[in-house]
Design a protein around this ligand. Structure first.
Ligand code: SRM
Ligand code: SF4
Length: 647
């Protein structure tokens, strides 16, 4: 039995710990304040309201000095694996018009958000979601958040089936057990959407060496819930559509040759949030923890939760995510503690293929004769605007064909279970409503993400979603000018350093630092298994072209054949790019460029520029790609050899 540190670990606890303790398991002060005829909740109630899946916000575009803020609420669904039944989608669509801002937003964790709901309409909105087989319970707050899983509805892939099944089960295992949610929003009526798996029910009660808090309405969480938000994903070998290295816990389904589930590889301690200027906060990729048999998976998850619950930092919320426990302890000590709660050793990881970024867009046969279609949604915003009528299209399709959907971790939507006979009609609706097919969308746009930021997010320091389209268009123009047409890489943007669009795992990212200002990050891998690094601390949005032109010119000049932008930046190093940019003159991309990162053996410190004719440049470029050498090396060697031949 693990000797839990409950009292010893809690030195001076943060204010939120007291609020959780006094909330009577998430009831107060929300329940009382909801009855008041006010536009907003108190600061204390706001913290507890988050556990119910709602954030108090104000429309920051409408702030007027001396006047009350334009208070409104954001609601977020808890949708494991991004599953949205047709009834729920149609309800969300209706609610967004009746009570919200007429848009629905697919999030980076496979949920939907409504924005702009007034306090007086909160109860009706949440009740309608729950009655349509949805939930917002635990979508925010210090507990397990929406569990992610690959969205592709492959019916002939047992590994994918297991990933969804276990995403659902882990979500159920870690759902808060308090009756507060149903009491407050549904007057006590407990609406059950699906029977819980009996194994999950049994696992929740089972006491593995101190994982359970006895006689508590919350056997897994206890009175104080988690020290901070907690995020899990379940995926299959090779599929990194869930950004598994950014999660507190990621489970990888391991099957035998016959497709039978054997167990799970487990990664732990990922997380992205940070604060500018505070070096002690940082993004972190998850460590490999080990492999467990399928029979132990729920106890393993409980053991990890108990470790973070009992040893996570409850004094400083900036240091409270589980990634800091992993960082401070090291993975060995963390694993030993988890094994104590589990009561048995964790085995070495099973070998798996490399993980890849997958977006599942466009039409695919799903393995049982039916089809799914992946629709790219710019920054996840489902709306009707001008000729672009996505909200209308989705409503019409779901209403007519009663199709379920899965939201993707890249803010997109997959409609599935489409009968072959309905395919053409559905594509016609999409075409009529101006919805572009994935190959008609610039690939930079298609695979990019931006967080909502202004005007709804209270933590935004600058724009994100609203400026991303113009930023991507400018980057495309620049790439064309530099001579990198059709180049594709992953670009993400956030309005502050919290990392909601997972920028630190993008090949190129912009992280808001203040009005119109961004930190620029480069060098994460195209498959999101390596973190990016800061290239420029502060870039004004107007300086986008002057900041990126040298980087793209260097990339064009010195990349290896087929090398992606992120891999290139990582290989040559941020410092080398900075050195290169320091002497770069605008327009230099049309000349033979120097490469300070890896000088040829014969080079000296003094470097000079030589301009060549365009046709020679094109030949040089082709030869450089073929030989996998920087053009500067090739040109130097060729000129040296020629001059030598002259005697
Ligand atoms: Fe986030 C806070 C939006 C995914 C890290 N996030 C917020 C809030 C609620 C702002 C607030 O606290 O007042 C944002 C609401 C904006 C709005 O107007 O809607 C917000 N986060 C989002 C969403 C909607 C962004 C999106 O573009 O889709 C995502 C909702 C996901 C969901 O369905 O649950 C969202 N947030 C993420 C992710 C990515 C992920 O989970 O895969 C991260 C980074 C991963 C991680 O957690 O480490 C993320 N959000 C944060 C943080 C920093 C946490 C930290 O460890 O420091 C905050 C601030 C906080 O918690 O104090 C935050
Ligand atoms: Fe808000 Fe920052 Fe998250 Fe963007 S990254 S939604 S600005 S908290």
């Amino acid at each position: 039995m693990v000797n839990t540190p409950a009292a010893t670990n809690i030195r001076k606890v943060s204010k939120v710990e007291g609020l959780k303790e006094r909330s009577n398991f998430l009831r107060e002060p929300v329940a009382s304040e909801l009855l008041l005829d006010t536009t907003h909740f108190s600061e204390d109630a706001i913290q507890i309201l988050k556990f119910h899946g709602s954030y108090q916000q104000d429309n920051r575009d409408n702030r007027v000095r001396g006047q009350e803020k334009d208070y409104q609420f954001m609601l977020r669904t808890r949708s494991p694996g991004g599953f949205i039944p047709p009834e729920l989608y149609l309800t969300l669509d209706r609610l967004s018009d009746e009570y919200g801002n007429h848009t629905i937003r697919a999030t980076t964790r496979q949920g939907f958000q409504l924005h702009g709901v007034l306090k007086k309409n909160l109860k009706a909105t949440i009740a309608a979601i729950v009655r349509s087989m949805g939930s917002t319970l635990g979508a925010c707050g210090d507990l397990n958040r929406n569990v992610m899983a690959p969205p592709a509805p492959f019916k002939n892939r047992p590994d994918y089936q297991y990933a969804w099944e276990y995403a659902d089960n882990i979500a159920d295992l870690l759902t808060p057990q308090t009756g507060a949610y149903y009491e407050i929003w549904l007057d006590g009526e407990k609406v059950i959407s699906a029977e819980e798996n009996p194994e999950v029910v049994a696992a929740r009660q089972r006491n593995g060496n101190g994982t359970i808090i006895h006689d508590s309405p919350e056997p897994i969480y206890g009175t104080h819930y988690m020290p901070r938000k907690f995020k899990c994903a379940v995926t299959v070998p090779g599929d990194n559509s869930v950004d598994l290295f950014s999660q507190d816990v990621s489970l990888i389904v391991i099957t035998d040759q016959g497709g039978e589930l054997q167990g799970f590889n487990v990664y732990a301690g990922g997380g992205l949030g940070r604060t500018h200027g505070k070096e002690e906060t940082f993004p972190r990729v998850a460590d490999a923890l080990g492999y467990v048999d399928k029979a132990d998976i729920y106890d393993l998850v409980k053991a990890i939760v108990a470790t973070q619950r009992d040893y996570g930092d409850r004094g400083d919320r900036r240091h409270a995510r589980m990634k800091y426990l992993l960082e401070d302890w090291g993975v060995e000590r963390f694993r030993t503690k988890v094994e104590e709660y589990l009561g048995k050793p964790i085995h070495p990881m099973k070998p798996t293929p490399e993980f890849q970024f997958l977006n599942f867009l466009d039409w695919h046969e799903q393995g049982d004769g039916k089809w799914f279609v992946g629709i790219s949604i710019e920054n996840g915003r489902v709306k009707d605007e001008g000729e672009f009528q996505l909200k209308t299209a989705l409503r019409e399709i779901v209403e007519t064909y009663r199709l379920p959907m899965r939201l993707t971790p890249s803010q997109n939507v997959l409609l599935y279970d489409i009968a072959p006979a309905d395919k053409d009609a559905i594509q016609q609706i999409l075409d009529r409503c101006g919805i572009k097919r994935p190959d008609q969308i610039d690939s930079l746009v298609r695979d990019s993400m931006a967080c909502p930021a202004l005007p709804t997010c209270g933590l935004a320091t600058t724009e994100s979603e609203r400026v991303m389209p113009s930023i991507l268009a400018r980057i495309r123009t620049l790439l064309d000018q530099v001579g990198l047409p059709d180049e594709h890489f992953i670009i993400r943007m956030t309005g502050c350093p919290n990392g909601c669009a997972r920028p630190y795992l993008a090949e190129l990212a912009f992280v808001g630092t203040g009005p119109g200002m961004y930190q620029v990050w480069v060098g994460a891998s195209p498959n999101q298994d390596r973190l990016a690094k800061v290239y420029v601390e502060k870039m004004h949005v107007d300086a986008l072209e002057t900041t990126l032109e040298p980087v793209f010119a260097f990339f064009k000049n010195a990349r290896h054949a087929g090398e992606s932008f992120g891999d290139f930046c990582d290989r040559v190093s941020v410092e080398a790019i900075q050195t290169f940019a320091a002497t770069y003159q605008p327009g230099d991309f049309a000349t033979v460029l120097e490469e300070p990162a890896s000088p040829s053996p014969s080079s000296t410190k003094v470097r000079r520029r030589v301009t060549v004719r365009e046709d020679v440049y094109v030949l040089l470029q082709a030869a450089a790609v073929k030989q996998g050498k920087p053009m500067s090396h090739l040109a130097t060697d060729a000129i040296a050899a020629y001059l030598k031949s002259l005697g």
